[in-house]
Design a protein around this ligand. Structure first.
Ligand code: COA
Length: 341
């Protein structure tokens, strides 16, 4: 792991001022999936902890942009601010509406923001955590006072709900969640330590080919897999089980904190067994590592902010606490963001 340079003492504090979430109307339970493919509720629950997931109903116009709009509108209301106060919108997604324009620009118009900056950040399941670290840097550097960080993904469009696609179709769900980051005079608030890593040599563990040339040497090119998510499930599982504790330890080391001094670990929801292994490794009580994968499946860039919004709504995550966001995903990528709220 690389060493991070020590941080200068902050002159500007950064706080999380509001959050919001949105899920599509459609629901696919394990029982529904068992009607579409050779699988069972028992198989899925045992291996992943997932019971159901939300999926977009395209006939109702549900997709990344409307979900992101609803989540950001709720986050703005929660922060009691007008969209015209936004200086920047970062939209973490790999399921943008189209390659051009950036969906974040359409999002800015949809929520009624002024001529703020807006861009998409493609970081797969680490997209939200990478965007959050980026937003914090902008505010702390004095470049911007208010940044919206939105994670929105609708991976159902890359799934096949039949036997051919059963290895991935059971895992993923659609959602969006937004967070408003603002400058504050209280310099005790903001990121204490963070980490962002990648291992591009492992890209073939998770990828979506768009042409026959995109297939790696180890996978035979297959026309039926164009536009579908490929996943080497076992390899990703092993990677996640070792990386989660490593990156948490690295971040605690950078912050000079012990595991129990962090109030909440808000982790990417990819598999309940991966989360449980990390919780046991640090001897954390269940209430410190939130799990909602049972209701939503893996919602990619939306997964971490979806947890944050539910925890804030329940009054479990509050001002004054220390919270570590943890993610990993395609790339391969992995990262953290440890906050003093
Ligand atoms: N229902 C029933 N059986 C299934 C199935 C399904 N949906 N999908 C695969 N199987 C079968 C396989 O064909 C295989 O059968 P075989 O032994 O006859 O060949 C068997 O179940 C075991 O498959 P395997 O892939 O080895 O299962 P696993 O125990 O590794 O569990 C995952 C699969 C996907 C749940 C697990 O590997 C995992 O969670 N990986 C991490 C994925 C992840 O986190 N991805 C996102 C990263 S951000």
């Amino acid at each position: 792991m690389t060493r991070a340079a020590p941080m200068d003492p902050p002159r500007i504090g950064v706080r999380i001022a509001g959050t919001g979430r949105a899920v599509p109307s459609g629901q696919l339970t394990n029982v529904d999936l068992a009607r579409l493919m050779q699988t069972s509720d028992e198989w899925i629950v045992q291996r992943t902890g997932i019971h159901t997931r939300r999926v977009c109903d395209r006939s109702k116009g549900e997709s990344c942009l409307p979900l992101a709009k609803e989540a950001l509108t709720k986050a703005l209301a929660d922060a009691r601010m007008d969209a015209r106060e936004l200086d920047m919108i970062i939209l973490a997604t790999l399921t943008e509406e189209m390659p051009c324009p950036p969906t974040s620009c359409q999002l800015a118009a949809a929520v009624g923001a002024g001529p703020c900056g807006a861009y998409d950040l493609s970081g797969a399941c680490s997209g939200f955590v990478f965007s959050l670290n980026t937003a914090w840097s902008m505010v702390r550097a004095g470049l911007h006072r208010t940044v919206a960080v939105v994670g929105a993904d609708t991976l159902s469009s890359y799934m096949e709900y039949n036997d051919h696609g059963r290895a991935t179709a059971i895992l993923f769900g659609d959602a969006a969640a937004a967070t408003i980051i603002r400058a504050t005079d209280d310099t005790s608030k903001g990121i204490i330590a963070q980490a962002m890593h990648t291992n591009g040599a492992r890209w073939a563990d998770l990828y979506i080919p768009l042409t026959m040339k995109h297939f790696p040497a180890e996978d035979p090119p297959e026309q039926a897999m164009i536009g579908r998510l490929h996943m080497n499930g076992k390899s990703v599982f092993k990677f996640a089980v070792s990386t989660f504790p490593e990156v948490i330890e690295q971040t605690l080391g950078r912050a000079g904190l012990r595991a129990e001094e962090v109030d909440h670990y808000i982790c990417h929801q990819s598999n309940a067994r991966i989360l449980e292994a990390a919780r046991e490794r640090f001897g954390l009580p269940a209430e410190k590592l939130y799990v909602n994968i049972d209701k939503y499946g893996n919602t990619v860039a939306a997964s971490v902010p979806l947890c944050l919004d539910e925890l804030r709504e329940a009054g479990r995550v509050r001002e004054g606490q220390r919270v570590m966001f943890v993610s990993f995903g395609a790339g391969l990528t992995w990262g953290t963001s440890l906050w003093q709220l």
